[in-house]
Ligand binder design. Structure first.
Ligand code: 8X3
Length: 249
């Protein structure tokens, strides 16, 4: 049984991952911005295991520090950190990009991941064990027009994973970088700022991945034997070859 902290656990990949790892008997710290959603997930998952909830926004350093420092003693030794929180905002050319969207993506997907990791890595180093799972994207493998800033943040996640591995391997800490392809969550709804119709077109005419598929992949990495580190994993729906190449019926 491991103590696992999942950021962005209130929806999508984070929620499915927290659920699967809870059902497998791990103790889970679910993190997110929405208290009422956290509490309802906590109630649901408490049927399987011990759950602790932490409300904070990864983009806010002070909130991150206060929340993680507030963990009770028995929850402080985090074995696995799943850096899942992150989002895409907008799909615009650089010349017309909204700087608020850029700030949100850079602050959440890159700086937020760093803030949370900085709080948790020291304990892992002291204990000479731990596992960090960073959720990147296939957008890190192939840049696409209009999504350049999102792609750049995910490329940054790849680089941070690589750097973490260089700095943390000597402490017995594993680092896993996951690159999901098209996963049907509220990802596109957030990207298109609530435009349901436009979001639905992203997943039309083929079988996209489900959040549960990525949860399965993450659980495989988390459950690997102590001497095995799955360093990188890319998961596409069968119909997708790269971000913009999807075969629709
Ligand atoms: C999400 C996948 O292809 O929309 O990270 O960039 S994609």
């Amino acid at each position: 049984m491991k103590t696992i902290l999942v950021t962005g656990a209130t929806s999508g990949i984070g929620k499915s991952t927290a659920e699967l790892l809870a059902k497998q008997g791990n103790r889970i710290i679910i993190c997110g911005r929405r208290n009422e959603v956290l509490e309802s997930i906590k109630t649901e998952l408490s049927a399987f295991t011990e759950i602790f909830s932490l409300k904070f926004d990864v983009r806010n350093l002070e909130e991150v520090e206060t929340a993680i420092n507030s963990l009770p003693e028995e929850w402080k030794n985090i074995d696995v950190l799943i850096n899942n929180a992150g989002n895409a905002y907008g799909l615009d050319p650089l010349s017309a990009g909204k700087t608020d969207d850029w700030d949100s993506m850079i602050d959440g997907n890159v700086k937020g991941l760093l803030y949370v990791s900085k709080m948790i890595i020291p304990g892992m180093k002291e204990r000479n064990s731990g596992h960090i799972v960073n959720i990147s994207s296939i957008a890190a493998r192939q840049t696409y027009a209009n999504g350049v800033v999102y792609c750049a943040t995910k490329k940054a996640v790849d680089v941070i994973s690589e750097g973490m591995r260089l700095e943390l391997t000597e402490f017995g800490i594993k680092v896993t970088n996951i690159q999901p392809g098209a996963v049907e969550t509220d990802f596109s709804l957030v990207r298109f700022k609530g435009d349901n119709e436009r979001a639905a077109t992203v997943y039309a005419g083929y079988d996209p991945l489900k959040a549960e598929d990525i949860a399965d992949s993450i659980a495989y990495c988390v459950n690997a034997p102590k001497h095995v580190c799955i360093s990188d994993m890319t998961i596409y729906p069968t119909a997708q070859a790269e971000p913009r190449t999807i075969y629709r019926k």
